[in-house]
Design a protein around this ligand. Structure first.
Ligand SMILES: NC(=O)c1ccc[n+]([C@@H]2O[C@H](COP(=O)([O-])OP(=O)(O)OC[C@H]3O[C@@H](n4cnc5c(N)ncnc54)[C@H](OP(=O)(O)O)[C@@H]3O)[C@@H](O)[C@H]2O)c1
Length: 299
């Protein structure tokens, strides 16, 4: 479940509270990889609010703006990333994709080490260490978790002071998945899969807090307030959109799928997120008829 969402469905990030004007004046210089993504844009905004100078690494060239410097480079190939971390104190590494995050982390660590950064912060996923990816079936469906674990190890072994935060799936990803699945008249739902999605804004706030603090190693996980069955997540979306679909449970093979059925991707004891899936849907997945009737009533 790793993909990009193109629409701007993000909620506003919360301000980093408790930072005085004096602290802001001393705020460090940062490099954010993945600063153009769902999570990254929220983190960049919060770092800016905290007074940090922010450089963003992206594969696409973009003009600088609003106090943000953009540098162009590809962490997968290493092309163009030389000097990206030069002059920065903190690197927040959020760039990621379905596969190859270990390689991206290795290339970044090389640059961060060369620049002598004092804190490397990484976002990983809950279950990275508990979902076994051994067979080709596991790799096809859950290779993402193995590559996040590989990247975690690169960060921990970098020799740089580091912090890694593992988060559960963001609501944006759950929404994107639900939208894609709802295109089918009959939806096959992986039997026994549960998720504990979380608000990306809350993850961003926690990451910034960690980034501006002392290196903490592996930080306590961050997860949403509730565990949902996959069918329950989908039904919430269908209800919000006034859609009707038949959901058919489908057993998924492999050890990794078995670990997910056993809850390896959940962190019920770290259900620290406050915003619920229902609240997120109310804002981002309203049925067109609801929007029209609101507009007509002036609400
Ligand atoms: N989405 C989730 O539910 C979830 C849950 C837990 C952890 N995470 C982790 O959180 C991070 C951000 O997730 P997201 O959902 O915000 O991602 P996203 O919206 O898909 O954005 C991905 C970001 O990674 C950058 N990127 C990808 N490949 C790159 C490369 N080869 N070189 C440089 N930059 C590259 C992209 O930048 P450009 O396209 O501008 O180059 C983009 O900014 C990822 O590391 C992900 O594994 C996500």
């Amino acid at each position: 479940m790793q993909s990009r969402i193109d629409e701007t469905t993000m909620n506003e990030p919360r301000a980093v509270e408790g930072r005085t004007a004096h602290e802001k004046a001393d705020a460090p210089s940062t490099l954010v990889t993945g600063g153009t993504g769902t999570l990254g844009r929220l983190v960049v905004s919060l770092l800016r609010d905290a007074g940090c100078t922010v450089r963003v690494l992206s594969r696409r060239s973009q003009g600088d703006g609003e106090g943000i410097e953009f540098v162009t480079g590809d962490l997968a190939t290493g092309e163009g990333i030389e000097g990206a971390a030069e002059g920065t104190e903190i690197v927040v590494h959020l760039a990621g994709s379905n596969k190859g995050d270990e390689q991206k982390a290795s290339n970044l660590v090389r640059e961060a080490s060369r620049a002598g950064v004092r804190h490397l912060v990484y976002i990983s996923v809950v279950g990275a260490d508990r979902i076994p990816v051994t067979s080709s079936v596991d790799r096809a469906m859950f290779g993402y978790f193995a590559s996040k674990l590989g990247a975690e190890r690169v960060v921990a072994g970098s020799g740089l002071p580091w912090t890694t935060l593992r988060a559960t799936q963001f609501y944006e990803l759950a929404l994107l998945t639900a939208r894609q699945m709802a295109r089918l008249p009959v939806i096959p739902v992986p039997a026994g899969f549960r998720f504990q999605p979380v608000d990306a804004g809350e993850v961003a706030a926690r990451l910034v807090e960690l980034a501006l603090g002392s290196p903490a190693g592996l930080a306590p996980d961050i997860a949403g307030p509730r565990v949902y069955g996959m069918a329950e997540l989908l039904r919430g979306y269908l209800r919000a959109r006034h859609l009707h679909r038949l959901l058919v449970p489908v057993p998924f093979p492999g050890q990794a799928a078995g670990a997910v059925r056993a809850g390896a991707n959940l962190a019920p004891d770290r259900a620290v997120g406050r915003r619920t899936w229902e609240e997120f849907l109310a804002e981002h997945a309203r049925a067109p008829s609801d929007s029209r009737s609101r507009a007509a009533s002036g609400n």
